[in-house]
Ligand binder design. Sequence first.
Ligand SMILES: Nc1ncnc2c1ncn2[C@@H]1O[C@H](COP(=O)(O)OP(=O)(O)OP(=O)(O)O)[C@@H](O)[C@H]1O
Length: 272
Amino acid sequence: MAAMERAFVEIDGVSMRYGGAEGTLALQDTTLSVRRGEFVAVVGPSGCGKSTLMKLVSGLWPSSAGNVVVAGQEVDRPLSVVGMAFQNPTLLPWRTILGNVMLPLEVVEPHRRRLRAERAAYEAKARGLLAMVGLSGFEKKFPYQLSGGMQQRASLCRALIHDPQLLMLDEPFGALDIFTREDLWVQFQEVCLQLKPTVILVTHDLKEAVFLADRVLVMSSRPGRILAERRIPFPRPRSLDDTYRQDFQDLVHELRNHINAARKGEEIADAA
Ligand SMILES: Nc1ncnc2c1ncn2[C@@H]1O[C@H](COP(=O)(O)OP(=O)(O)OP(=O)(O)O)[C@@H](O)[C@H]1O
């Protein structure tokens, strides 16, 4: 039997308090793990500490207690193996779409060292990613010339350009209208099936969580910890039609009940 693989992301008994001893306790004794190649969605009531969890895993903030380990390394500084995308696409307005997508290559080693000599190959890779999300022909445009959904697609390409082992997504589809959002779920699923990154997605949208994730984790109200988890059994690729199936909707409903209970400070028995 193959030896059990160590989890790729391990968060063990992590607490996080902002602003010193009297400050806001955002996370308390949070424990979770993510396997390599797994897609995990984190849902929970507003202000429960989801973004804080993302900051701790990507090394943007140190935890107040407990351990965060990514790829076998304790996280004590910003990680270069991580790609990130947020609700706001945050593209640089003075750079073209291609220039924006290639930005991490100017920062993250070993790409930074290789960029000058291998620019053509890197550019081809950026164009390939843009093609995967339907943005061929927009490489030389500037962000203001693209719709919000197109900018968000470009920001996903930017998060992927340096082959991150871990993709951290904080509400990346949150600001988009429902039709654009659903289109992007399908495209993003395609990208994940091809590139197979490990993904942690924070979202308020339970349908999105069930559509995209292998496993959904529900957080309690602040201070956040993991209250429940649900494995998503639907085979891939999933289609938007699947979201209308009864078993899909039952799962969304079940998660909704967990969130309602979390908002009231209750915990319900986990049937999963
Ligand atoms: N930089 C900060 N300084 C002080 N308190 C903070 C800081 N960032 C977040 N907090 C507090 O920590 C708690 C958790 O915030 P966080 O942004 O992690 O929640 P969230 O679950 O992502 O919220 P939402 O779902 O509304 O985006 C909140 O009470 C918030 O006010």
